[in-house]
Write a protein that binds this ligand. Structure first.
Ligand SMILES: Nc1c(C(=O)O)ncn1[C@@H]1O[C@H](COP(=O)(O)O)[C@@H](O)[C@H]1O
Length: 151
């Protein structure tokens, strides 16, 4: 994520991965404020064994696109809700990538962070039967937790 201030949102992705038993690492990396950290992270991610990257940022959210430019790993972008423009700025910054450098963009805010965790798990589950089973169980539990009665 681009800043510690994003953690309130991005911790929802981490919680989701934890619930599914997916090993992960959370770090602050900013294209604007720590460009060399960004370069080192994105360039080295595949060799370090990472399989999917979730990049959350707000405002002029260049982080996901810059990460995607420097790795062939799938990059999921989470637009963090900004104070001034409610995250519309973050969304448009992340989603409008030029053809050739994809970022899979999720919804603004916490729902996007949860879904980024689920989507990362879905990608990993294509090659991991045990994780696929945990994901199926998570979805089943979610379905069973929805009451029929409205009140
Ligand atoms: N969008 C980016 C990038 C980037 O894209 O590299 N680095 C920080 N930021 C964003 O700036 C917002 C405000 O950050 P501060 O709260 O630290 O001022 C955060 O939402 C962060 O993601």
């Amino acid at each position: 994520m681009g800043s510690r201030s994003d953690w309130a949102t991005m911790s929802r992705a981490a919680e989701t991965l934890e619930a599914l038993g997916v090993a992960h690492l959370a770090q602050v990396v900013s294209a604007h404020r720590t460009p060399e950290r960004l370069y080192d992270f994105a360039r080295g991610a595949a060799d370090r064994g990472f399989k999917v990257i979730i990049a959350g940022a707000g405002g002029a959210a260049h982080l996901p696109g810059m990460v995607a430019a420097m790795t062939r790993l799938p990059v999921l972008g989470v637009p963090v809700q900004s104070r001034t423009l409610s995250g519309l700025d973050s969304l448009l910054s992340i989603v409008q990538m030029p053809a050739g450098v994809p970022v899979g963009t999720l919804a603004i805010g916490e729902a996007g962070a949860v879904n980024a965790g689920l989507m990362a798990a879905s990608i990993l589950a294509t090659n991991d039967a045990a994780l696929a089973g945990r994901l199926d169980a998570w979805r089943k539990a979610q379905t069973e937790a929805v009451p029929v009665d409205p009140a």
